[in-house]
Design a protein. Structure first.
Length: 343
C-alpha cells in the first residue's frame, strides 16, 4: 500500500499544499488560522499521515535539538556538566546532540558548523579557552554566523566571546585553596599547571601563586610543571616533578594539580614511585569531580557546582534575552581531605 503523502492530506482537507505544510510542520514566519489547522490535522489523522522530522525542521527554521560540545566526555568534569545540560534540555522537550573534541580546537569549530547545518536550536560549549587569537577568532566568527541565522549559544568557560557565559571562578577558587593549605601548615608548594596556553590552567595557577605571594611565599620555577590537561598529563607532570626534586618523600610540600583528573594521574605517579599520597607527598586538585568518591586517600580540592553550571548554561542558551551577553560567575568551595593532612 503506498504511503500517505502531504499532498494527500492537503487534498483530503481541501487546502493548498503550502497550507497543509504550515499546519503540520509549523513555519518560522507564517501561521495558519486555527480552524484550518484543525481541519488539516483531522485529515492527517484519518489518513494515518506521519510528518517528516526533517521537513518540520526546515519549515520551523530549527530542530528540537541542542548541541553540546565538550573537550573530553571521558573526563568526569565534562560528564557532570553534560548531565546538567541534558536534564535542563529534556525539561524543555529537547534532545541533546553531544560532540567531544578530544581537546582539539579545530574539531570544536567543525562541530559548530555541523550543528549549524543540522539547524540545532541552540549550542552549549563547555571547556576552558585557549590563549590563541587565531583559534578564538575563527570560533567567534562561526558563532556569529550561527547566531545571525537564528541560533543561540552559551559557553562554560572564559567570557571572551560575545555570548552568554557561565564563568567558573578559577582565580578565586585556587587562591582560597592556597590560603587553606597555608592555614593547615604548608609552606612549600609545587604546581602541575597544565598547558601554558590553556586559560583555565593559567587562571588557576595565577590565583594560587598570587595568594601565596600575598603570604610571602614564592614557588620556584622548577616546581611549576606544564603538561596536558588530562589524567596522563598529571601523571607525566608528577613524574617530572619527582625527578626534579629527587624522587623522595616531601611531606611538607603540597602539590597543586590544576584539575582533579590531573591530580588523579599525579597520585598514580606518586604511588608508582614508591611514595604514599598524603604521607610522603600531599596533593590537591580542583573541581571535585564525582569519581573522587572512590579515591583513596580522599583528594583535597575546590568543589565546583558542575551540574548547576550545565543547567545554567542551557537556560542561557534557550533564553530569549537580547542585548549584552550575560555572564554568570560560579564560585567553588575548598574541601580539605586526607590527601593534604595538617602539618
Amino acid at each position: 500500500m503506498p504511503s500517505v503523502t502531504l499532498s494527500d492530506v492537503a487534498r483530503e482537507a481541501g487546502v493548498s499544499l503550502a497550507t497543509a505544510s504550515r499546519a503540520i510542520n509549523g513555519s518560522a514566519n507564517r501561521t495558519v488560522r486555527p480552524e484550518l489547522q484543525e481541519r488539516v490535522l483531522a485529515a492527517a489523522a484519518r489518513l494515518g499521515y506521519s510528518p517528516d522530522a526533517n521537513a518540520q525542521a526546515m519549515a520551523r527554521g530549527r530542530t528540537a535539538t541542542l548541541g553540546l560540545i565538550v573537550h573530553d566526555i571521558a573526563d568526569p568534569y565534562f560528564s557532570s556538566i553534560a548531565a546538567g545540560v541534558t536534564a535542563a534540555a529534556e525539561a524543555e522537550g529537547l534532545m541533546v546532540t553531544l560532540a567531544s573534541t578530544g581537546h582539539q580546537p579545530e574539531k570544536e569549530l567543525a562541530f559548530v558548523e555541523v550543528l549549524q547545518s543540522q539547524r540545532a536550536r541552540a549550542i552549549v560549549i563547555a571547556g576552558g579557552r585557549q590563549d590563541d587569537d587565531e583559534v578564538n577568532s575563527r570560533l567567534r566568527a562561526a558563532l556569529s554566523v550561527y547566531q545571525a541565522r537564528g541560533g543561540t549559544v552559551a559557553l562554560i568557560g572564559q567570557p571572551i566571546f560575545e555570548v552568554h557565559t557561565v564563568a567558573i571562578d578559577n582565580i578565586g577558587g585556587s587562591a582560597e585553596l592556597a590560603r587553606a593549605l597555608h592555614g593547615i601548615g604548608y609552606r612549600e608548594f609545587a604546581i602541575l599547571s597544565g598547558p601554558r596556553r590553556h586559560l583555565t590552567g593559567a587562571e588557576r595557577t595565577e590565583g594560587f601563586l598570587t595568594a601565596l605571594a600575598e603570604l610571602d611565599i614564592q614557588v620556584p620555577a622548577e616546581r611549576v610543571v606544564e603538561s596536558a590537561f588530562t589524567r596522563d598529563g598529571g601523571y607525566q607532570a608528577m613524574t617530572e616533578l619527582l625527578r626534579r626534586t629527587g624522587a623522595r618523600a616531601q611531606p611538607q610540600m603540597a602539590v597543586f594539580a590544576v584539575n582533579d583528573v590531573m591530580a588523579m594521574g599525579a597520585m598514580a605517579a606518586t604511588r608508582d614511585a614508591g611514595l604514599a599520597v598524603g604521607v610522603d607527598v600531599p596533593i590537591a586538585g580542583f573541581d571535585d569531580i564525582v569519581t573522587l568518591r572512590d579515591v583513596t586517600p580522599g583528594l583535597s580540592t575546590v568543589a565546583v557546582p558542575l551540574l548547576e553550571a550545565g543547567r545554567s548554561a542551557t537556560a542561557m542558551a534557550l533564553s530569549a534575552v537580547t542585548g549584552e551577553p550575560v555572564v554568570e560567575r560560579l564560585g567553588g568551595e575548598v574541601v580539605l581531605r586526607d590527601s593534604t593532612p595538617a602539618v
